[in-house]
Design a protein around this ligand. Structure first.
Ligand code: SF4
Length: 303
C-alpha cells in the first residue's frame, strides 16, 4: 500500500492533479485525498482548483458536476461504473412531464441526478443547501426531484412553498427504520443522534439533528458532545473521527448503511486512473451549458 501511495503522490505532482473524495468513500481513499467533503464542497473545490486534472473519488454525477464546473480541464472517475441508484430514478422525460403538469413551477434538482436532468432544471441543490435555496427561489410552487425524503424535509422547513415531490429515494438511507435507530439509542443513552435528510420522515423523528454530511462535520468540529449516533453512510465515521478523535461515533452497524458504489473506489483504482488516464468525464457542450446554469444558480442562491 505504501508504494501505491507514493506513486499516487508522484503522479499528482507530475500531472498537476488533485484528488477530491466524498465522505462516503473508504477510509484509505479519504486519507490520500486533498479534499474530503460532501457533494457541495467537492463541487466548489473543483471549481476553485487550479489543477489540470481532477480525480473525483465519488460516483458519476459528482464527476459530471465537476466536469461542468471546470471546462477545459480533465475530470477522471476512478471507477467508470460507480453510479448512484437515486440519480437513476428520474429520467429527463419525467422532468418534462412534471413541467408540463405544473407550468410556472420552478424545478429544483438534487445534485444526485444526471446531467440531462440538471439541464432541464432551474436550480440544483445539495442536502446542505436545499432548504436555503428553495426558500430563496422566486416561484411559490417548486418541483423537487428526485429524492422524496430530502424533498419532504425541505417542505417541512419551508412551509410557505408548495413542493411537488418525485418518488425517488436513496436505497442506503431509505431502508433505515425508526426501530433501527431506537434500538441503538437504547444501547447508547445520551448519545447525540445525527441523521441525514435522505432518511424517511418517520425515521427523522428519532434524530436530534438533521444534517447534511458537511453539516455533521461542522457540528462535530465544535467538540460539544462526547458521543454520537451517526445515521448516514458508514464512511463518514472516519471523516468525523478525524475532526474529533476524542469523541465516540456509533453507526447503526446496519449492512444497508453501505453505499456499494462509493466503496468501489479504492486507492488502486485511483492510481490506475492517474497513471493511465482512466475514464475522463465528457458532457456534450449544449447539455453542459444548461446544467451549468442550474449549478451556478445553486451557488448564487445559497446565501
Ligand atoms: S449513498 Fe445513496 S445517494 Fe449517495 S451515492 Fe450512494 S446511493 Fe447515491
Amino acid at each position: 500500500m505504501d508504494d501505491t501511495i507514493r506513486r499516487i503522490a508522484a503522479l499528482k505532482k507530475d500531472k498537476n492533479a488533485i484528488i477530491l473524495a466524498h465522505t462516503y468513500t473508504r477510509p484509505e481513499v479519504q486519507d490520500i485525498a486533498d479534499v474530503v467533503g460532501d457533494s457541495f464542497e467537492l463541487a466548489v473545490r473543483a471549481a476553485d482548483s487550479a489543477a489540470e486534472i481532477i480525480v473525483l473519488a465519488g460516483v458519476r454525477f459528482m464527476g459530471e458536476t465537476a466536469a461542468i464546473l471546470t471546462p477545459g480541464r480533465t475530470v477522471l472517475l476512478p471507477v467508470a461504473d460507480a453510479g448512484c441508484p437515486l440519480a437513476d430514478m428520474i429520467t429527463p422525460e419525467q422532468v418534462r412531464q412534471l413541467k408540463a403538469q405544473y407550468p410556472g413551477a420552478a424545478v429544483a434538482c438534487y445534485v444526485n441526478s444526471s446531467v440531462e436532468v440538471k439541464a432541464l432544471s432551474d436550480v440544483c441543490v445539495t442536502s446542505s443547501s436545499a432548504v436555503r435555496i428553495v426558500r430563496n427561489l422566486p416561484a411559490k410552487q417548486v418541483i423537487f426531484v428526485p429524492d422524496r425524503n430530502l424533498g419532504s424535509w425541505v417542505a417541512e422547513q419551508v412551509p410557505e412553498k408548495d413542493i411537488i415531490l418525485h418518488s425517488g429515494f436513496c436505497p442506503v438511507h431509505h431502508k433505515v427504520s425508526p426501530e433501527d435507530v431506537r434500538k441503538v439509542k437504547a444501547r447508547h443513552p445520551g448519545a447525540v443522534v445525527l441523521m441525514h435528510p435522505e432518511c424517511m420522515k418517520e425515521t427523522r423523528a428519532e434524530a436530534d439533528h438533521i444534517l447534511s454530511t458537511g453539516g455533521m462535520v461542522a457540528l462535530v468540529k465544535e467538540k460539544k458532545h462526547e458521543r454520537y449516533i451517526v445515521v448516514t453512510e458508514s464512511g463518514i465515521t472516519h471523516t468525523l473521527r478525524r475532526h474529533d478523535p476524542a469523541a465516540e461515533f456509533i453507526d447503526l452497524s446496519n449492512p444497508t448503511m453501505y453505499c456499494q458504489n462509493m466503496k468501489k473506489i479504492t486507492i488502486e483504482t485511483i492510481l490506475r486512473s492517474l497513471d493511465e488516464g482512466g475514464t475522463a468525464v465528457t458532457v456534450a457542450s449544449d447539455i453542459a451549458e444548461k446544467a451549468r446554469y442550474a449549478l451556478s444558480r445553486m451557488l448564487e442562491l445559497n446565501r
